[in-house]
Design a protein around this ligand. Structure first.
Ligand SMILES: Nc1ncnc2c1ncn2[C@@H]1O[C@H](COP(=O)(O)OP(=O)(O)OP(=O)(O)O)[C@@H](O)[C@H]1O
Length: 727
């Protein structure tokens, strides 16, 4: 259980309820009444949109208020866009909660839940309330053991834009022998039923709805264990260890939407950041938050986050691992702080009214205090440097005042920036430049040796020097690991802006240096850390969450474990789970919420017949609705792409490149499959996917990722024997 779950939204949208009519009609009449409520809500939404459209932007002076005007215009566009999203996303409401005597605003209230609130006129009771309000919480959490004040939870079924059915879960204990009664009606066209679990068949239908594009939201079917994370308080950092398809990404995105609703003012100022492994993944998840009416969340890959230098180079694995090691932070700090020299000479400053000298001893004292603060981490290098100049100028002012000359604050600032002070400071506390510092560390053996003495072994120092970026500081081909070293150095020099909340997906793959960089971005905020130790495929991947959280600066984050898988049918998950005891023996295998008969096919073939078999399975799968991925070892992509091209299939199979989100049918290099999902997956030659990684452990983990991408069906085509760990 996470503390602080009772976040109240800044605005109180729950003033507003529709009274429960006593339900004496049959299911048909009820369905008709629900349809009428939908029509009324649609009309109201159209009215709200027209209201926003008609709003004049209070344009002030075109020059003075340029920024404000642009902001207001953007805000209006976003509000309109959110209406458009809602108008086009058919289920304007997806659920209803009927409260009993303990309703928030008096007995017997009923609320319809949707992506946004809908009302007829300002001040009216809403026809639909936002899924994030407090009154909606029981929709996701209540169960007969704890109805949370509800008598009935109703879920609606749609066919396109048409409301076609509803499904009720009575939450008050049935009296024995009682049949269908008011308050526990049957779904239209369905038997009055026992509840089939939190979301019953609806959850299965929702997950199995064919995918053709980006990831969808899950607000209609968020499960209790997921909702607990989604609605955790803003102050709480949460780390979610979750097996493939347990909904980590979905939960992270819905948490962002929830926090923006519950803490809008606070987060408007500092923002929310979502970090994902690559652009293809970000493209895949990009539509979820806008579909929930949230347009302000920044989505970034790791290199975008730091943005310190352009990443154009790569490192061999061992070099990247070393550059990502937490000890590099110590080396960089020592290199930077090692540049400071104790003052040895006085500083003489000429002004128009005279010349004054700050003696060497006083200069030493002025610097010593700042060095102590720097060492204690109370001041950044650049800030302390600026303060030293200020202190020298202040000392000069005191001397001048003693002789009857008074300086204004402006004159003092000019003095601090003057040549004499600048030169004195530069000799003691040289100006630092983060890329320059890291470049020198990686190219100057003596400089590295002095900073890394006792921290890195001689062998490690030699290895680091082999990883120097080609070119000078300005033209260097920096690697991703270099960029994080530069970010570390930059932060030691001056602090950068942070976010109110950072959501980190696939966190298990982060190096210590990457964790530190992300931790800096939420040092004054909180984080949601999502990952799966079993899916770690970098050689520096996390082996323990507490260690990773310590690097992130969030050692007290709550660890939540999700083991109920929604994406992958049981047959496939059980197959992939055979790898678990080799790749993450401490993790409990996930169980699937879905069983789909015949979901898994293994198709052995001969080496000569492999390509033809893949083409054949592709041809047979393509007519099925939904998305298709053929996942193959990276080095086989080009050859298979050519073969698929030559086969003249009914649609092109596009190789995924890491930048563009996946389309309806694509050829996926194993290294890019992480985080993605497809209705149908063909995995080609598991042994080659394992062999494509530097170590067996990494290879098996890569295979685990690849085998857990399918929502409906997985076909494993292989000529080599399946890896022993899978048999
Ligand atoms: N409560 C839910 N209702 C409907 N769909 C859900 C629910 N939870 C998860 N899903 C769906 O299951 C699939 C897997 O979810 P998601 O990608 O968030 O899992 P994940 O844990 O991040 O997986 P991976 O570890 O493989 O990256 C998605 O299609 C998601 O929409």
């Amino acid at each position: 259980m996470i503390d602080g779950m009772n976040a109240e939204p800044d605005a109180d949208p729950v003033d507003l309820a529709v009274d429960v009519a006593v339900d004496v009609a049959g299911p048909d009449a009820e369905l008709a009444a629900e349809r009428e409520h939908l029509r009324r809500s649609r009309r109201a939404l159209a009215g709200m949109r027209a209201e926003v459209e008609g709003t004049e932007i209070a344009a002030g002076d075109a020059v003075v208020d340029k920024v404000t005007n642009a902001y207001l215009k953007l805000a209006k566009q976003r509000r309109l866009a959110s209406f458009t999203e809602q108008e086009h996303s058919t289920p304007l409401f997806f659920g209803r909660v009927d409260y009993g005597p303990d309703a928030p605003r008096g007995p017997g209230q009923r609320f319809y839940l949707g992506r946004r609130h809908v009302r007829e006129a300002a001040g009216d009771d809403p026809l639909v309330v936002d899924w994030r309000t407090e009154v909606a919480r029981p929709f996701y959490r209540a169960h007969p053991g704890d109805p949370m004040g509800l008598t009935v939870r109703r879920r609606f079924g749609y066919d396109g834009a048409e409301l076609t059915a509803f499904e009720d879960e009575p939450l008050i204990p049935r009296r024995s022998g009682a049949g269908t009664a008011a308050g526990e009606p049957a779904a239209a066209g369905e038997p009055a039923g026992e509840a089939t679990g939190p979301a019953g068949d609806l959850l299965d239908r929702e997950i199995e709805r064919p995918r053709t594009g980006p990831m969808r939201d899950i607000i209609a079917t968020i499960q209790p264990e997921q909702d607990e994370i989604v609605r955790a308080d803003l102050a709480v950092s949460v780390c979610v260890q979750g097996a493939p398809g347990t909904g980590k990404t979905a939960v992270g995105l819905h948490r962002a939407a929830y926090l923006l609703y519950a803490h809008r003012e606070q987060l408007r100022r500092c923002g929310v950041l979502v970090v994902g492994p690559n652009r293809a993944f970000l493209g895949y998840i990009a539509a979820v938050l806008p579909s929930l009416g949230e347009f302000t969340v920044r989505h970034s890959t790791l290199d975008d986050v730091v943005g310190a230098v352009a990443v154009r180079g790569t490192d061999p694995d061992d070099v990247a691992a070393l550059k990502g090691d937490a000890r590099m932070a110590t080396v960089i700090r020592r290199a930077l702080h090692g540049a400071i020299r104790p003052p040895t000479r006085p500083v003489s400053v000429d002004t128009r009214v005279g010349r004054w000298t700050v003696g060497a001893d006083e200069f030493v004292d002025l610097a010593a205090d700042l060095i102590a603060q720097l060492g204690a981490g109370a001041l950044r290098y650049g800030t302390a440097r600026a303060r030293l100049a200020g202190r020298i100028a202040e000392s000069v002012r005191r001397r001048a005042e003693a002789s009857g000359h008074f300086f204004t604050d402006g004159a003092l600032r000019t003095l601090a920036r003057g040549r004499a002070v600048r030169e004195a400071v530069e000799a003691v506390w040289p100006r630092a430049d983060a890329p320059g510092l890291v470049h020198r560390l990686l190219t100057d053996p003596a400089f590295l040796a002095s900073a890394a003495d006792g921290v890195l072994t001689d062998d490690e120092q030699r290895l680091l020097l082999t990883g120097a970026p080609r070119g000078g500081v300005r033209t260097a081909r920096w690697s991703l690991a270099d960029a994080f070293c530069v970010d570390e150095a930059r932060d030691l020099i001056e602090s950068g802006p942070g976010f109110g909340h950072v959501i980190i997906d696939e966190a298990q793959d982060l190096s210590a240096m990457q964790c530190r960089a992300l931790g800096r971005r939420c040092a004054d905020g909180s984080a949601t850390v999502l990952g799966d130790i079993a899916q770690g495929t970098t050689s520096w991947a996390a082996t323990s969450w507490p260690t990773l959280l310590a690097h992130l600066g969030k050692p007290t984050a709550h660890l939540e474990v999700l083991t109920r898988g929604y994406r992958v049918p049981a047959e496939i998950l059980d197959f992939a789970n055979r790898l678990l005891r080799h790749i993450a023996p401490d993790l409990r295998p996930a169980t699937s919420a879905r069983t789909t008969r015949g979901a898994l096919t293994t198709a052995p073939t001969t080496p000569q017949g492999l390509t033809a078999a893949v083409v054949d399975h592709t041809r047979r799968t393509l007519p099925h609705p939904g998305s298709l991925a053929i996942i193959v070892a990276d080095r086989e992509v080009a050859a298979l792409a050519a073969a698929l091209d030559a086969a003249r299939l009914p649609m092109p199979i596009v190789p995924l490149d890491g930048d563009t989100p996946p389309g309806r049918a694509c050829l996926v290099p194993a290294s890019l499959a992480k985080g993605l999902e497809f209705d149908h997956v063909i995995v080609v030659e598991p042994a080659a996917i394992v062999a494509g990684e530097a170590w067996l452990l990494q290879g098996l983990r890569r295979l685990y990722v690849v085998l857990t991408r399918a929502v409906s069906a997985l076909t494993v085509v292989h000529a080599d024997a399946l890896p022993a760990q899978l048999r």
